[in-house]
Ligand binder design. Structure first.
Ligand SMILES: Cc1cc2nc3c(=O)[nH]c(=O)nc-3n(C[C@H](O)[C@H](O)[C@H](O)COP(=O)(O)OP(=O)(O)OC[C@H]3O[C@@H](n4cnc5c(N)ncnc54)[C@H](O)[C@@H]3O)c2cc1C
Ligand code: SF4
Length: 329
């Protein structure tokens, strides 16, 4: 591993000050993603190995789940296993508890933090191998996946780069209308998760709107409205320790089979968690039955442009949306 400076920040302000002082500094939380990238020497023309690593794990205010009158405030350092087993999250925000419980293995969830899960880098094997440093995401001018191995890549919203967003908790939190609090040198801002993630069209080098000297401090989840129910389903190749081929967080509200509001967010089909707004429009005001669920599934993949090896994802999406919606009828 290349030499780097290591700082233990005791406060958010201290972390921001160190991040602002050094040009090539990186936050480390649970470290599962940061350390892998460091050990694998992943670098490129515009993606360097960090000279400075800022440990934020000693900032107590970033840890824990607080229940408020409006919903939940989850500190960015809260580990995934605490979210998975939290009684209120299990009872009222089951989509999130399920998604957190689907990440990796118990070992991964005992170390991995919610902030790290949302901010983790993509898994594209060309991005992760030092050999392929000309890849767009590392500041180069080539996508190796277009003519290479692309079975796990995106079917929607790819442009220049065709990664998928790997986080399991991101689709669940988006479906629950969550926002993130971000602290930086100019103060604190709140960003809805819908606007937090960005695709290669906006910026091929980054996956979210965080600036290099900002810290994600908290995730805010509003209380679900009455008669709301939801599901998180992850399709993977192996039963344990695997990233999603496709995941779906579905939240619907309404009574007697009629849907007042539906939110569908899919993981691992686009460079960001994918909000299926056309399918949501089809569902809202309708009666949840097999025909409607099928139409919604087809609407999600209407504009899909699969690559040479991943057309199978189109069929998975259609089946998953249909099956999951019917389970919520
Ligand atoms: C074996 C294995 C299996 C995995 N399986 C899955 C899976 O099935 N599903 C899934 O979703 N993920 C999976 N992961 C990915 C990921 O490691 C975990 O999801 C974990 O939550 C990452 O959290 P961390 O705290 O370890 O992140 P870190 O490695 O510490 O950080 C990840 C990134 O986020 C940034 N960051 C962290 N916290 C903050 C913050 N508060 N503010 C700003 N930036 C921040 C870091 O700079 C870094 O870029 C897996 C990882 C491993 C090693
Ligand atoms: S999909 Fe993105 S990360 Fe992967 S090789 Fe292409 S440009 Fe690089």
């Amino acid at each position: 591993v290349r030499q780097f400076k290591h700082f233990d920040a005791k406060t958010v302000e201290e972390a921001i000050a160190i991040l602002s002082e050094y040009e090539n500094a990186r936050i480390i939380a649970g470290g599962q993603d940061v350390l892998t990238l460091l050990k694998d020497k992943v670098r490129g023309p515009k993606f360097g190995l960090p000279d400075v690593v800022v440990n934020i794990k000693n900032i107590p205010e970033l840890i824990g789940v607080r229940e408020t009158a409006d919903g939940l405030e989850i500190g960015a350092l809260t580990i995934l296993s605490d979210i998975e087993s939290h009684p209120t999250i299990q009872e009222q925000y089951g989509v999130l508890a399920k998604a957190a419980g689907e990440v990796g293995t118990p070992q991964v969830r005992n170390v991995g933090t919610l902030g790290g899960n949302l901010c983790q880098r993509p898994r594209c094997w060309y991005f992760r191998r030092a050999l392929f440093d000309k890849c767009y995401k590392k500041g180069g001018d080539f996508c190796f996946a277009v003519t290479g191995e692309n079975s796990y890549h995106c079917i929607l919203k790819g442009e220049l780069c065709y990664v998928v967003h790997p986080s399991d908790t991101a689709p669940a939190l988006m479906a629950l209308n969550a926002s993130v609090k971000i602290a930086g040198p100019d103060g604190v801002r709140t960003v809805p998760l819908d606007e937090f993630f960005i695709g290669p069209r906006e910026d091929v080098l980054h996956e979210n709107v965080l600036q290099p000297n900002e810290v994600l401090t908290q995730v805010q989840v509003p209380t679900p409205t009455a008669n709301t129910r939801g599901a998180f389903v992850k399709v993977k190749e192996r039963r344990v320790l695997d990233f999603a081929l496709v995941s779906l967080a579905a939240v619907v509200s309404g009574q007697n089979g009629t849907i007042d509001k539906a939110t569908l967010v899919l993981g691992s089909i686009a460079p960001t968690p994918y909000r299926a707004t056309e399918a949501e429009k089809i569902l809202e005001g309708g009666t949840l039955n097999e025909a409607l669920a099928q139409r919604a599934g087809e609407a999600v993949v209407m504009g899909a442009r699969p690559m040479s090896q991943n057309a199978y994802k189109v069929d998975i999406v259609k089946g998953l949306v249909q099956q999951t919606l019917l389970s919520l009828a």
